[in-house]
Every structure is written in structure tokens, then in C-alpha cells.
Write a protein that binds this ligand. Sequence first.
Ligand code: FE
Length: 175
Amino acid sequence: MNEQSKPVIPKAYNGPKPQGIIPDIFIQDSFSKDDDRLWVPLSPGRWSRPLCFNISQGYWVHLTKVIGGGFLSRHRHPAPVHGFVIKGSWRYLEHDWVAKEGSYLFEPPGEIHTLVVDDDCEEMITLFHNTGALIYCDENGNTIGTTDVFDRVNAAREHFVKVGLGEDYVNQFIR
Ligand code: FE
């Protein structure tokens, strides 16, 4: 290889950071196959792996994992959701599409849907960016429960304490 064909390594930015910038989050292995303790159990066969709890803007980013299939929840969104399917498949009873590995979805504010994982799906993993809250509802749309980023922080903290990671472990995900 002669001198001219070598790839040019760009220079890193070395200047000042904006005042007040908060720390980034980098998670090398978000699947955490070798440490099940990082998956917060939400109900039988269902886990949430926290990636970012943004309490200053009211959203959370996490991996949802479902093993064994079944009904997950019926809920309404007061604010937008983005999702990206990493493994397996699932669907909403209110739509005619099936979300599969590589699928992206945007759920608009006001949407009510019922998430099911069919029995032929061994394991489903989907990244969700949830803003605001999940408002759980019955089939008539009546509210029967809610969850928001603060509930998720509490659930994660309690779980991390229980599995021996300590009550401060959750802080690395909070911004
Ligand atoms: Fe949803």
C-alpha cells in the first residue's frame, strides 16, 4: 500500500463541551446474555432491560423481552413511542401487520392497542422508546392502571437491590 492510499484518520474534536451538558450513556452489551440480573421482571415471562431512564424529559428506553408468548398488555399512549424489533415477532390486535426482526414502528399519541406474542415465538426482544406513560385499559378503553418513567426507575431499583447489585445501580441509566 503506498502512502496515498492509506485511509485518512480524522482528528477527534478536542474543544470545549457545551456548558451544562450531561453525561452520555454507553452500554456495550445491552442483551446481557451473561448477566440475567440486568433484566427486570415485570410479570411471568416478561422482562425489561433498562437502557435510559430520562426523568428530565419523561421518557424511557428499554428492551422488552417475552418468552413463551401470550397477552402482554392493552394500553393507550398519551405521547409518542418508537419501537424496533430485534428478535422474534409480535402484533397488535388492532392492526393487520406483524412486527418482526428488523421492523420499526411509530405509535402516535392517542393510539390504543393490545400487544400479543403468538405461541410460536420462542423469544421476542424489542427496543421501545416510550414517552410519558403507558395507560393500561380494558377493552372499552377505561383506564385500569398506568406506568411512567418513575415507576420504571422504582421497579428497576427494587429489582437490582433484590439481586445484589445495590440501590445505586439504577443511577447509571437515569438522566
Ligand atoms: Fe404501545
